[in-house]
Ligand binder design. Structure first.
Ligand code: AMP
Ligand code: ZN
Length: 663
């Protein structure tokens, strides 16, 4: 048989099996047989790259790395939903509808409100071509490669479908999968994720799609938008989507009046806990498309739909203790330690108390029965005292650091207390080392936060410069270390000597010097010595560096301890200078010209465009002024910028004009 035909038929077969397994929950072959067929297809595709297809089921394993997700303007805006909380709210809504529609009989589609991250997926000729996050509703991030790894999302549709349409849905992490992921984290001593929704939404922005493929994500679809749709109502749309191969939960129901809507709500308010995923309400949509069109949209949401929010769950439990955590910057956070209690599908043991004011406001005392609530937040919160315990006095906030016993400070107008013992307070030191090794900083492979704590507690680290003197023999005896992991750790540290200066500067953990500021400073000063000799005046002349940052930089370099650490890092070979890469395309065509970039571009990402300006000798400014020579404008340029440019007579050019400019 012809190879291409075999490839195509294997793809079709595997697509169908994926659908049976992940959408219908009804597999018809064993996992083993599936893997064999997948392997067969993979082998053929490797041998015959001419038959590559971005939508082949082999592409589901991921493996693409996306450093910067492209911003994409939504073809159709992604709206929010208005909320309602009671039967009265819904009745009011219906009155508003009938005012516009003139008292016609109305049908409503009732759907559950899935609690995850929304996504808009475009299909062209039955193939998935793009998936974009909601972003601000007008534009989001292109996360196509990550989305393709989610097995319940069809890459190729079945049946008869429109040539092009967008479908909207919610990326969720079912509870069982979430718990499994967390158990694995707990097993290796890492902190578990706080809730399924945030984990689902965080997964979409992972840089490595192979990591996304490993997560048990799912996608529930609820809305189709496009021209020439072969149906006239929301409910028919759901049925059509199901036929094309999408996962559309079958709890959705067509209601003939508001009473039926309310019955649906009441039923699911109780039974939602039996579902394998989290929901936070019901979405009610006027069913008929003609009615929808007549009703239209407000600035923020469709008038034809409304969300009914389930009351967030509340439980009571005992407050056992209040403990205090010290962060990397010395900020103190009080934490309520609770008698473990089941709440909205998870066991809650802790709740954040934010700061001293919060404790005072709630007047909570150890031993009290307290109300705990979980809204959408990461950490549950205490909302009040249910029953006073035996404690007669109000809680007295600590005055000294729980770790180093230094007197705490609190600046005028600030809510947080701080431990000022920056160089001697263990959690602050550990926090700084953890920051140093973190992904966006030195990104040291083989070394995690827990190990840093262990190393510190075993007196093997006093600051991050000590990392470079660690030996395999020293780390081997630590808990959970084996020869291999010790080697990885030491190698990882060695490799960090290649990390470019801008990230080293960020890793140092100078207060207020985040990633972007570090980049700016590195670029401007080029070497650490130039930066450390800079005066306050020099610093504030650098674009976007204000008093607060400048002051903090000066203080950092004045400190003898820091000076010593930097000298040590230098002696180990850590990068303290920008290494200028010679770019063969570089010119100085744009020498001395200042550009401001605004909007969204087709051919360039914003960063690429800025790089192209700089590669050709130009400068990139952040705001339009009389010194600006050109504004390069893409789609959706901000109106304020447009006005400013016109006012000052600064020419506005397109990306094509820009390309002409640089030849
Ligand atoms: P909100 O973010 O509270 O404005 O609610 C709107 C969001 O609810 C949408 O962006 C969707 O992500 C989400 N949602 C979940 N389930 C549904 C559903 N069945 N229909 C419409 N939106 C839904
Ligand atoms: Zn302290």
């Amino acid at each position: 048989m012809d190879i291409h035909k075999t490839i195509i038929s294997l793809r079709e077969e595997l697509n169908q099996h994926n659908h049976n397994y992940y959408v219908l929950d009804n597999p018809t072959i064993s996992d083993f047989e599936f893997d064999q067929k997948l392997k067969q297809l993979q082998d053929l595709e490797v041998k015959h790259p001419e038959y590559f297809d971005a939508n082949s089921p082999t592409q589901r394993v991921g493996g693409t790395i996306t450093k910067n997700f492209q911003t994409v303007v939504h073809t159709n805006r992604m709206y929010s939903l208005d909320n309602s909380y009671s039967v009265e709210d819904l009745q009011d809504w219906e009155v508003r509808l009938q005012k516009v529609l003139g008292n016609v009989p109305l049908q409503y589609t009732c759907e559950l409100k899935y609690d995850g991250a929304s996504i808009s997926i475009t299909y062209e000729n039955g193939k998935l071509t793009r998936a974009v996050t909601r972003g601000d509703g007008l534009q989001g991030d292109d996360v196509t490669n990550n989305i393709k790894t989610i097995k319940s999302i069809p890459l190729q549709l079945n049946g008869i479908f429109p040539e092009r349409f967008d479908i909207r849905g919610e990326i969720i992490l079912p509870l069982a999968g979430f718990e499994k992921m967390n158990q694995e984290l707990i097993d290796i001593g890492e902190t578990p994720y706080s809730n399924p929704r945030n984990t689902a939404s965080g997964s979409l922005k992972l840089q490595d799609s192979a990591e996304v493929a490993k997560r048990p994500l799912d996608c529930l679809l609820y809305f189709i938008i496009g021209n020439d749709l072969p149906f006239n109502s929301q409910f028919e749309g759901l049925e059509a989507a199901r036929k094309w191969g999408f996962k559309v939960p079958n709890q959705s129901k067509l209601a003939n009046n508001l009473e039926e809507v309310i019955a649906f709500i009441n039923y699911w308010d109780v039974h939602r806990h039996d579902l394998p995923y989290e929901t936070d309400g019901v979405v009610i949509k006027v069913n008929d498309f003609d009615h929808q069109q007549e009703l239209g949209y407000t600035a923020k949401s469709p008038r034809w739909a409304i969300a009914y929010k389930f009351k967030s769950e509340q439980v009571t439990t005992t407050l056992n203790e209040i403990t205090y955590q010290v962060g990397r910057t010395g900020a103190i956070t009080p934490v309520a330690n609770l008698e473990p209690v089941q709440l909205a599908g998870t066991i809650v043991k802790r709740a954040s108390l934010h700061n001293a004011d919060q404790i005072e406001k709630l007047d909570i005392r150890v031993g009290d029965e307290v109300f705990v609530e979980k809204g959408g937040e990461i950490i549950p919160k205490i909302i009040g005292v249910a029953k006073r315990g035996s404690e007669l006095e109000s809680t007295v906030y600590i005055t000294h650091c729980p770790d180093c016993n230094t007197l705490l400070t609190r600046k005028e107008g600030e809510a947080q207390h701080y431990c000022p013992n920056f160089y001697g307070c263990p959690p602050q030191i550990i926090g700084r080392i953890q920051h140093y090794i973190s992904r966006k900083a030195m990104d040291i492979e083989g070394l995690g936060g827990e190990t840093v704590t262990l190393l510190f507690n075993n007196h093997l680290l006093k600051d991050y410069s000590d990392l470079y003197e660690l030996t395999i023999d020293q780390v081997m005896p630590l808990d959970r270390m084996a020869q291999k992991s010790a080697e990885n750790l030491v190698n990882g540290i060695e490799k960090s000597k290649e990390v470019p200066f801008e990230r080293v500067l960020f890793a140092l953990g100078i207060r207020y010097v985040g990633e972007t500021v570090a980049k700016k400073l590195a670029k401007h000063y080029k070497t650490i010595d130039a930066l450390r000799n800079a005066t306050m005046m020099d610093l504030i002349l650098v674009d976007e560096i204000g008093d607060r940052i400048a002051q903090s930089v000066i203080e950092f370099f004045e400190n003898e301890n820091n000076q010593r650490i930097i000298e040590r890092l230098k002696s180990f070979g850590v990068q303290f200078e920008i290494v200028e890469k010679h770019n063969p395309n570089a010119t100085d065509i744009l020498k001395d010209k200042v550009f401001v970039v605004s909007g969204v571009f087709e051919k360039f990402s914003r960063d690429d465009l800025k790089k192209a300006i700089e590669d050709n000798g130009g400068k990139v400014g952040s705001s339009i002024s009389s010194k600006t020579h050109y504004v390069v404008a893409g789609d959706n340029m901000g109106p304020a910028k447009l006005e400013k440019a016109n006012q000052l007579g600064v020419p506005i050019i397109s990306e094509d004009d820009f390309m002409d400019l640089i030849g």
